[in-house]
Design a protein around this ligand. Structure first.
Ligand code: DQQ
Length: 507
């Protein structure tokens, strides 16, 4: 019989599990907290997340000396946003993660005294260099670039190097590499640098924007990563017509720009108004002329950051935020999850495409499969079970007929409803209350891949449409699967997915 993670914990005793915890959690008062985290049915089991506390944006993901390194925004003291550090995890394969010590912390009285915000990592010769935004109180009102109604901060761009092969220790430059936005511009923000090599020098894109006019990405150049010259806006947005105190909520501030070549074009990703948006087009060394654009993920997904994997594929990461009240995640002791890695490509029209990285298949257990044409397809589906809320589903259907996949507990409690409705030009995908448009070529099948991981459900349809849903229904028993209009079903597969740690605390 399969031993579930919960049974394992009960049999092996929490004391053994507790010794595997990072010092921060061991020190935190509490068998109570540890037991709660390890037994929390809402905590994902194969997505990267810290052992406890708050996380948000991925920062500086990089494949270096044979290992993947992921850094991310982290509050070491609480499961709410604040006191931003760069946490660090490393992995041989982008899916099995090991927690490393916190990599970059604010320096008391330093330029990042109030927070080490988001950024990237590049190789400065052979030496990894982190370029990130430091925040501090403004010395004059004019120097405040971040005003969101709750905080007033000055934002500067900082540089730190790591001379150890494991990227555990970082030495900061004494002064920022960019101490203020371009002269004469009144901006809505100035943060989240993305740096790349171009010709003999470097380029940097910084997230910004103008009140009432829309977001913008500023482009800089440098010969040495230290001296930077402002060139021009790489791209400027337009006003969304929304008004409000926080420019990120109105679309007048673009956070986390990520810019890279893909196929025969360039792609810019930015985060604003709670969504990640993509633009593809042609870059002439100064401007991106965008030809196509869209939404990367229609659900809970933000603050993206990409990297090249060991084979040169462009891999995207994103922060899966909570969608429950702050009091609930404060009480739970954790908040935020890293998305699964997604491999990006462009089709011949410049449409951004995205598939889950094949490495995730390493976690698959033995599949259960059914073909729509089989006489007992319904019975076979009825017999399938998702255990421990950890599974991958693959559904292939006719694109011109509606269908619904229902996931319910064995006692009938609803968990997720995934519905597809065709329309003249594509169709609509709905996951619980989140909607997205799917453009499906008429003669192609509808391919849907779903990753169930406790309170996270990541869904990919036909390479172009993604919804990440949060579901706060702790189901202790197995989930059953049912399909309406099973006549449109061509094939269905279900894999149990193995947890990446024994106790939901990663390692
Ligand atoms: N999160 C960081 C900022 C970024 C924002 C702060 C996006 O650098 O703009 O935690 O989620």
């Amino acid at each position: 019989m399969k031993m579930s993670r919960r049974t394992f914990l009960m049999q092996s005793g929490m004391a053994a599990a507790a010794t595997m915890l990072p010092a921060s959690v061991r020190a935190s008062n509490s068998t109570g907290l540890r037991v709660r985290l390890a037994h929390d049915l809402l905590r994902p089991q194969y997505h990267l997340m810290p052992a406890a506390n708050w996380m948000n944006d991925p920062n500086g993901p990089i494949f270096h000396k044979g290992r993947y390194h992921m850094f991310f925004q982290y509050n070491p003291n609480a499961s709410v946003w604040g006191n931003m550090h760069w946490a660090h995890s490393s992995s041989p394969d982008m899916i099995h993660w090991k927690h490393e010590p916190v990599a970059i912390a604010p320096t008391p009285n330093g330029w990042d005294r109030d927070g080490v915000f988001s950024g990237c990592i590049v190789l400065d010769g052979a030496i990894p260099a982190a370029i990130y935004t430091g925040v501090l109180p403004p010395d004059t009102p004019a120097n405040a670039t971040l005003k969101d109604g709750q905080h007033t901060w000055r934002e500067v761009q900082c540089l730190a190097h790591s001379h150890d092969a494991h990227l555990r220790t970082w030495q900061k430059l004494a002064d920022p590499i960019l101490a203020r936005p371009p002269a004469g511009l009144a901006v809505t923000g100035f943060r989240d640098p993305c740096v790349w090599r171009e010709g003999n020098g470097w380029r940097m894109a910084v997230g910004s924007g103008f009140a009432g006019k829309g977001g913008a990405v500023f482009l800089y150049s440098s010969p040495d990563l230290r001296q930077w010259t402002y060139l021009n806006p790489l791209v400027e947005g337009r006003s969304t017509g929304q008004t409000g105190t926080n420019p990120v909520d109105t679309g007048d501030m673009w956070e986390c720009p990520d810019f890279f070549p893909l196929g025969d074009r360039h792609v810019l990703l930015i985060s604003t108004m709670g969504k990640v948006l993509w633009k593809s087009g042609h870059y002439d060394g100064k401007h991106l002329t965008a030809e196509r654009e869209g939404v990367v993920d229609h659900g809970a997904y933000y603050a993206e950051r990409s990297m090249l994997d060991r084979d040169g594929n462009r891999v995207l990461w994103g922060w899966i935020p909570e969608r429950r009240p702050e009091a609930e995640h404060r009480a739970a002791g954790w908040a935020g999850v890293m998305s699964l890695p997604r491999v990006l490509s462009l089709d011949s029209d410049g449409q951004l495409e995205m598939v889950p990285a094949p490495v995730i298949e390493k976690l698959r257990g033995a599949p259960a499969r059914v073909r729509g044409a089989e006489a007992d397809a319904k019975e076979k589906l009825d017999a399938m079970r998702i255990h421990d809320l950890a599974a991958e589903l693959y559904v292939e259907c006719a694109p011109d007929r509606p269908f619904t996949v229902d996931l319910k507990s064995e006692t009938g409690a609803p968990f997720a409803e995934i519905a597809y409705h065709p329309a003249a030009n594509g169709g609509e995908l709905r996951v619980n209350n989140t909607h997205a448009t799917v453009s499906t070529p008429k003669d192609e099948a509808l391919h849907l891949q779903a990753f169930v991981d406790a309170s996270v459900l990541e869904i990919f349809v036909n390479r172009t449409t993604t919804i990440t849903e949060r579901i706060y229904t702790a189901v202790p028993e197995a989930l059953c699967i049912s399909m309406s209009s099973a006549s449109s079903l061509r094939s269905f597969a279900l894999w149990p997915i193995k947890p990446i740690s024994r106790d939901r605390l990663t390692t």
